[in-house]
Design a protein around this ligand. Sequence first.
Ligand SMILES: [Zn+2]
Length: 278
Amino acid sequence: MLVNLVEILKMAEETKSAIGAFNTPNLECLNAVIDAAERLNVPVIISHAELHEGVSPLAKIGPVMVQAAQNAKVPVCVHLDHCETLSYMQQALDLGFTGVMYDGSTLPYEENLANTKKAAAIAKGYNCGVEAELGALASREGGEGAASGPVYTDPEEAAAFCKEAGIDALAPSFGTAHGIYKAKPVLDLDRVKVISEKTGLPLVMHGGSGVSPEDYRKAIANGLRKINYYSYMAKAGTQAVKELLAKEDVTFFHDLALAAEKAMGADVEKAMRIFAGL
Ligand SMILES: [Zn+2]
């Protein structure tokens, strides 16, 4: 069942849980995520990141994602992650995406606000929910290292931004980073609570994979309603393929794809259980 970002985040608010948002750049990821959500009977967000355009063009994977959401037995939001240009957002809206994240976090505050307002106004015309980012995470999406340190989101600034921007969810910066963690992340979860209270909006955790179960639970209790999770799921898929190839002389690619899908499904299911409080 296809739902929009506002509807799915409302479900999370009602149950004081978080919805997992998983990138699905190919069919193996998509099957792993939707099947796991159906096994657990939880709502889920499937995402396409603008950064993955080279891996999987939006024009090809987008319609597949929308159709998978429509056919799913659980509520599914189809979301555009880290969109930096309005023309790319427009492509997703035309395909029927029901959530978009406009990311102007690298821009100066005023420019980020002006662009976010514009993006939100356009998306609303398509009954599509909007997420925005304020502050800066430690590294780029899918990136390896940090070019510069994180800039934590200021709660007062977040409150003013959300009041003006007309958005439905905010991604603040509070210590998580994209990609694979080299050291255990130290999260400022008190900051999350203050931002949640001051903005009154559902909050989003980026760089969500690799965070400890205790930190997930505390973050959810403090107002996190959407957790972006991808790197560790993708890593689980690669690991399964490596193990299979070490054991057997595999000829057909579909056997590798299936092994990856199964391992990603198991990894995602574990994350979904924690996010849903199961
Ligand atoms: Zn992100």
